[in-house]
Design a protein around this ligand. Structure first.
Ligand code: ZN
Length: 56
């Protein structure tokens, strides 16, 4: 897996305090952390932004 921001190497990283069952990915280059929840949130944000643009 490569970082979407800097194309650096991403390693698996668990965040037990946030969600015990979930494994996210941390970029060793820029420190960007992605997990399934964040990606889901980004998607729904993008969708609501599209709806806004269409409304205007
Ligand atoms: Zn990166």
């Amino acid at each position: 897996m490569t970082c979407q921001k800097c194309k650096g190497l991403m390693i698996e990283e668990r965040q037990p305090e946030l969600s015990p069952d979930m494994v996210g990915h941390r970029c060793v280059n820029c420190g960007l952390f992605v997990d399934p929840l964040i990606q889901h949130n980004r998607k729904s944000h993008a969708r609501s932004r599209e709806a806004l643009v269409q409304a205007v």
